[in-house]
Ligand binder design. Structure first.
Ligand SMILES: [Zn+2]
Length: 222
């Protein structure tokens, strides 16, 4: 997942800005100088157009098609920085990327349609079929090849109970793991009206989802 971003002045994005990865977080405290500044300035908070969570109304980069507020994108960048800079988080990174991408679907476009589809496929394999993260990443690689197979799924209407803002507050590796897992389950459940469609999109063939076994995609584990 690219973290190349576009710069968004408040409500007015522009292209060509790369999101700067930030240092790992201290417990419950943002390490972002930018976020420290806006906290000092007591700027107002705005709901993210993707996940709905409230973030400081800041200027900053956002993703090219995963529509979010700049504050939400900055929070995601901090969570990614924590995962990229400490191998203890590697086991959960797949779910972080999947949950964020699905929660910020953007609008119907070839890139958005494919992004939402493959990240929902990954969530399905991990959470319903108990596929490990490495195999899920392999499955995404297979799913991406199926160009034209997917269609735009209208994002469900409602309010997410969990967002990247919850993960940002984690104080320990275990807490981070638990919060990401709960976030991913929340996102997968939120998209339940599309589960039947996603089941039909699961890649098949000779990909082995579980170590040493050929996948039986007919019976979810939960
Ligand atoms: Zn968001």
């Amino acid at each position: 997942m690219s973290i190349q971003g576009r710069k968004a002045s408040k409500g007015q994005p522009a292209n060509g800005v790369t999101l700067q990865l930030l240092s790992p977080l201290r417990c419950g405290v943002s390490s972002s100088p930018l976020l420290h500044k806006v906290a000092r300035d007591r700027m107002r908070e705005l709901p993210c157009p993707g996940c709905g969570a409230l973030f400081q109304d800041i200027d900053g980069p956002v993703h090219r098609y995963m529509e979010s507020s700049a504050g939400c994108w900055a929070a995601y960048g901090e969570v990614l920085a924590r995962e990229y800079t400490d191998p203890r988080y590697a086991h959960i990174h797949r779910l972080t990327v999947d949950a964020y991408a699905v929660q910020h679907p953007g609008r119907s476009s070839p890139q958005s349609i494919q992004s939402v589809a493959v990240h929902l496929i990954s969530l399905c394999l991990i959470l319903e079929y108990d596929v490990d993260m490495h195999r899920a990443t392999e499955a995404i690689g297979v799913a991406i090849q199926a160009k034209g197979k997917y269609r735009w799924l209208p994002p469900p209407v409602g309010t997410y109970a969990r967002t990247v803002a919850d993960v940002q507050k984690a104080c320990t590796v275990q807490e981070h793991h638990d919060l990401v897992h709960a976030w991913a389950k929340c996102v997968w459940s939120f998209w339940s009206e599309h589960h039947a469609t996603i089941h039909t999109w699961l890649p098949s063939g000779n990909l082995r989802y579980r170590a040493g076994t050929t996948p039986d995609l007919g019976s979810p584990t939960s």
